[in-house]
Design a protein around this ligand. Structure first.
Ligand code: GLN
Length: 474
């Protein structure tokens, strides 16, 4: 048996049976990475020695004891590099501390192993904005794995990882999970601590599991959720036993279908797969109810104002003084400018410029303030829908994974493909992508994801329904 192909739950069972040791698992994962990752590019780095040292003290009786977890390269792990796939940090920054999610993973016995590729500073939907190297979809290497957590999705799909952590600001867990045929869960804003994540858009960012199965996602979420005294936006409330939702019935659950998410622009083959998944949920006893999210049409514009505004502020710290790359120049202002020009890629610069513009005096009211008001309307749309239903079902991405280069020169086309994921971040609610079959494009079978959206802190229902559906697919 190749341990790399195991699920997190399967690996735990193998440990319990005494069939494997963490050192054996890490060693075979490292061998898989060496031989298979060069064709995919899912990892930016991995350090077997460091992980083996952690494995020595891993307590197998803990919930995630001895489980290696691949980490998106914007999450700080003490002693590991953290580059956010940006030249401004690459090779020049080692984390001096653990993010809260990493501390919680370690306390549960997990072993952080490997830094996964991503769009630079999490800005993108295809992983083509990585400042280090591209990442490819394991189902068709000519195609994108999605983004920004493209590396985390690709390594889980390729079985060069057992499970991974990603982050989702506007879809970055769910969309790559959908494109790579794995499970990705974006928790409710405030469910999981953001302390130690390099911030992109602080009012939208959440960290979550990217896994082979829904049960694995539940196991990870149970560990990483909960209060954090270093993140004031993180809710101090008990964490439900998400793993106990696995296997529960969904009879009587009300699932909303938003008309606006099954409209023009949705690929007919993707639509067909998602509708078939909804039928399966119905045959499990769920009640399907039409709902409306009337402000959907404004979501992309609203998101790209708020996210860029927050990014322009968050990224001000990368100026050559304290972090990473520093350019040589004659004076201080010249040094700032040259450092940022050399260190940031094109998309990051575009967002900083956009974000600075929408916050500038004279434009603040017209753009930023108005976007905040529309954000409230979008949140209300969900409140009204969730008064009638327990969950909402939809596609994750309107299109199957596209080819590298296909949309790269057209940022607007790329932004528009985020239409079904970004509203959940604006509203702060939770969502999951669960594989719902494939569509055949140019002779290749490409994965499609079903998105389920839940009420604030409704992760338990998400997990219950996603697992019930997963079982019907076998
Ligand atoms: N694709 C979106 C963007 O480019 C979302 C990214 C994310 O969730 N980090 O901003």
């Amino acid at each position: 048996m190749n341990p790399a192909t195991l699920t997190l739950t399967g690996l735990r069972a193998a440990y319990a049976a005494g069939d494997l040791s963490p050192a054996e698992v890490l060693t075979s994962l490292a061998a898989e990475i060496e031989s298979r990752d060069p064709a995919i590019g899912g990892y930016l780095s991995h350090d077997l020695e460091l992980a083996l040292a952690d494995a020595k003290t891993a307590d197998l009786s803990k919930p995630l004891g001895g489980v290696p977890i691949a980490i998106k390269d914007l999450i700080n792990v003490k002693g590991h590099p953290c580059s956010c796939a940006s030249k401004i940090l690459h090779g020049k920054y080692t984390s001096p501390y653990d993010a809260t999610v990493i501390r919680k993973l370690r306390e549960a016995g997990a072993i952080p192993f490997g830094r996964t590729n991503m769009d630079e500073f999490a800005m993108g939907s295809s992983n083509e904005n990585s400042g280090i190297h591209p990442c490819r979809n394991p189902h068709d290497p000519e195609r994108i794995p999605g983004g920004s957590s493209g590396g985390s999705a690709a390594v889980v799909a390729a079985h060069t990882a057992i499970a991974a952590l990603g982050t989702d600001t506007g879809g970055s867990i769910r969309q790559p999970a959908s494109h790579c045929g794995i499970v990705g869960l974006k928790p409710t804003y405030g469910r999981v601590s953001r302390y130690g994540l390099v911030a992109f858009a602080s009012s939208l960012d959440q960290c979550g599991p990217m896994t082979k199965t829904v049960a694995d996602a539940a196991a990870m979420l149970e560990v990483i959720s909960g209060a954090c005294d270093r993140d004031s936006t993180c809710l101090d409330a008990p964490v439900p036993r998400y793993t106990e939702e696995i296997g529960k019935e969904i009879r009587g659950l009300r699932i909303g279908l938003p008309a606006e998410y099954f409209a023009a622009g949705l690929d007919p083959a993707v639509r067909e797969r998602v509708e078939a998944a909804v039928k399966s949920l119905e045959s499990l006893g769920a009640e399907i109810v039409p709902v409306s999210l009337p402000n959907t049409a404004h979501a992309v514009a609203t998101y790209y104002i708020i996210a860029t505004a927050e990014a322009s502020s968050n990224l001000a710290r990368f100026d050559g003084v304290r972090y990473g790359h520093r350019a040589q120049a004659d004076d201080l202002i010249g040094m700032y400018g040259k450092t940022r020009d050399e260190g940031f890629g094109e998309e990051v610069k575009r967002r900083i410029i956009l974000g600075t513009y929408v916050l500038s005096s004279g434009y603040y009211d017209a753009y930023y303030l108005r976007a905040q008001k529309v954000r409230t309307l979008i949140r209300r749309d969900f409140e009204q829908a969730f008064a009638k239903v327990d969950l909402i079902a939809s596609p994750v991405s309107p299109v199957p994974p596209f080819k590298l280069g296909e949309k790269h020169s057209d940022p607007l086309a790329m932004y528009l493909a985020d239409i079904y994921t970004i509203s959940a971040n604006l509203a702060g609610i939770c969502g999951i992508s669960v594989p719902c079959g494939t569509v055949t494009v140019e002779g290749k079978d490409l994965p499609v994801g079903l998105q389920l959206l839940g009420k604030p802190f409704g992760e338990a229902e998400l997990i219950r329904a996603a697992h019930a559906y997963e079982v019907t697919r076998g």
